[in-house]
Design a protein around this ligand. Structure first.
Ligand code: PLP
Length: 390
């Protein structure tokens, strides 16, 4: 009989940096709560300057930024989109909504990112885009991916939901593809509850993006004084967040140094404190290539088997600590199978998905909590069956 304690250390807890209330109060005082107000403009300017990109547009979510990317690339029924099976459903759904066929790529066993060496074999005359996902904020092999895409005339859209302020070969993640997407969901490094951004690196997409985002109208040009009235000029939707949310987000973005320093501290604490234990247990710690500066989005462990992971999750739970697994392979989901996915298509994804465990990781996780997580893991005694590799 195991007595389950209530959770005292959750997997995630959104953290305030201090200025959120003041900025939201100002936003309320501005007499304008809707989108593209003063705080949205400040977030746009902050991100454009920080990343050195021509245009960033806040969106209501990363999911919506991905949907905008699919619209901007004019994805049509029958077009093929290559993305990792080991990702969040939105990476695929945005393109499925336009009628695209998803082609699932497997991941590398070291970084858990899309395996760039297998991409060429997945390309057909119908391939329209490759969507690298920078898993855990560690960069994909962008040189190889961009070279391949260029050779085949294929667009690259980075799903950089984990990757804000991470770098690959000295350059920010989310600045490589023609387009990239960010998430400000409350499980991400920077949040406003629900939110996202479309990063536009290829300026040819700026005008169309502004129009799709503003209900198919040229309202952005109107506000810049480039046209004397705004009207319906194309299909579109509404992807802009309220300025109230942008006010919250600006406070978070302005605390970039504090937030990233805190996350760096937590990551290295876990990594160092668990190193010898992991080695003794056959548990693998994250691998960061020397070409990458990671974004410190998460800390995960790869256990030897599914049984080991289940037992470790339960062990932590009995001590009030919440640890969670991550993506179920998209190619084996109900939708993925409809698209032709079968067991064995992406063996690394299938194995990793069974064995990956994420530890509590959020901006104000205290040192006492970090120590409790590590000490509890170190007291875990797997049974022989759980140690068998799977
Ligand atoms: C969180 C996440 C998304 C979706 O972000 P939302 O802002 O919740 O829509 C998409 N892709 C990846 C890789 C994510 O981690």
């Amino acid at each position: 009989m195991v007595a389950f304690m209530s959770i005292t250390i959750p997997f995630n807890r959104p953290s305030l940096t201090g200025n959120e209330f003041e900025y939201m109060r100002q936003a309320m005082g501005n007499g304008r709560l809707s989108g593209d107000g003063p705080f949205t403009k400040k977030c746009h300017a902050y991100l454009e300057q920080a990343l050195g990109v021509p245009r960033v547009l806040l969106t209501t979510s990363c999911t919506h930024a991905l949907e905008m990317a699919a619209l901007l690339l004019n994805i049509q029924p029958g077009d093929e989109i290559i993305l990792p099976s080991f990702t969040f459903v939105s990476t695929a759904n945005a393109f499925v909504l336009r009628g695209a066929q998803i082609v699932f790529a497997d991941i590398r066993p070291d970084t858990l990112n899309m395996d760039e060496t297998q991409l060429e074999s997945l390309i057909t005359p119908h391939t329209k885009a490759i969507i690298p996902v920078h898993y855990a904020g560690v960069g994909c092999e962008m040189d190889a991916i961009l070279a391949l895409a260029q050779r085949h005339g294929i667009q690259v859209v980075e799903d950089a939901a984990h990757g804000l302020f991470g770098k690959y070969k000295g350059r920010y993640l989310g600045t490589f593809g023609a387009l990239a997407t960010q998430s400000f969901h409350d499980t991400k490094n920077f949040t406003c509850g629900e939110g996202g951004a479309l990063v536009i690196n290829d300026p040819q997409f700026i005008e169309a993006a502004e129009i799709f985002r503003e209900k198919g109208t040229d309202r952005s040009r109107f506000f810049r004084g480039q046209v004397d009235k705004y009207s319906w000029v194309s299909s579109g939707s509404s992807y802009l967040p309220a300025d109230l949310l942008a006010a919250f987000l600006l406070a978070q973005l302005e605390s970039r140094e504090t937030i990233q320093a805190k996350r760096r501290q937590i990551w290295h604490f876990y990594d160092e404190a668990l190193a010898d234990w992991a080695e003794g247990q056959g548990v693998t710690r994250p691998y960061i290539p020397h070409t990458c500066e990671q974004a410190y989005h998460m800390y995960y462990l790869l256990t030897p088997s599914l049984a080991y992971r289940t037992a470790l999750i339960n062990h932590l739970k009995t001590h009030g600590i919440q640890s969670v697994f991550h993506y179920v392979p998209l190619h084996l989901s109900k939708m993925g199978r409809k698209m032709g996915g079968q067991a064995g298509d992406c063996p690394v994804t299938e194995s990793v998905s069974d064995r990956l465990l994420r530890l509590p990781f959020f901006n104000d996780l205290t040192e006492g909590e970090q120590t409790a997580v590590v000490e509890t893991i170190r007291t875990f005694k797997p049974s022989p069956i759980e140690l068998v590799s799977g």
